[in-house]
Write a protein that binds this ligand. Structure first.
Ligand code: ZN
Ligand code: ZN
Length: 154
């Protein structure tokens, strides 16, 4: 089932909900703000065409990369490289680079709503969703433009 992570409009915390028609509101665990959501049959099947939170149709895809793990690995690799440089000549850093890129390649792809920043996991039509476009983002966020699901460069 599609997993939806809403960004609370009041405090910015993540609110997790599953895409089912029974769910019509989600409550923030931090500030108790209630965010209305609207799921339909398409959402239940994992098909993302319109946003259940803001009803827009503009999304982008990206790797579900955990930044914290990435930074942690980088620091750990740096320390180990310095500590063992005498014996390894920096090869540990290269090893971590391989581990990191392996992890990165195995990560799932997620979809994100440009307008309200809601994150969607396990989206079945993820391949139809374009990658992040800076110009589209600026026009949606700053001038409230609605592309209605049409990609700018197609
Ligand atoms: Zn909140
Ligand atoms: Zn949205």
């Amino acid at each position: 089932m599609m997993e939806v992570q809403i960004t609370c409009s009041e405090c910015g915390s993540g609110i997790n909900v599953y895409a089912t028609k029974e769910a019509n509101a989600a409550q923030c665990a931090v500030c108790h703000h209630i965010q209305e959501v609207e799921f339909h049959e398409g959402h239940e099947k994992g098909i993302l065409t319109d946003c259940p939170v803001c009803q827009r149709r503009d999304f982008y895809q990206q790797k579900d990369f955990n930044r914290k793990i990435g930074v942690f690995l980088f620091i750990l690799a740096s320390i180990l490289t310095v500590l063992t440089f005498e014996y390894t000549y920096g090869s540990i850093f290269f090893l971590f680079y391989l581990i990191d890129s392996f992890l990165f390649r195995r990560l799932n792809t997620i979809a994100i709503c440009y307008k309200c920043k809601t994150i969607f996991r396990k989206v079945s039509n993820i391949k139809e969703i374009a990658e992040y476009d800076h110009e589209m983002n600026d026009r949606i966020v700053y001038s409230d433009h609605d592309f209605k699901g049409e990609s700018l460069h197609h």
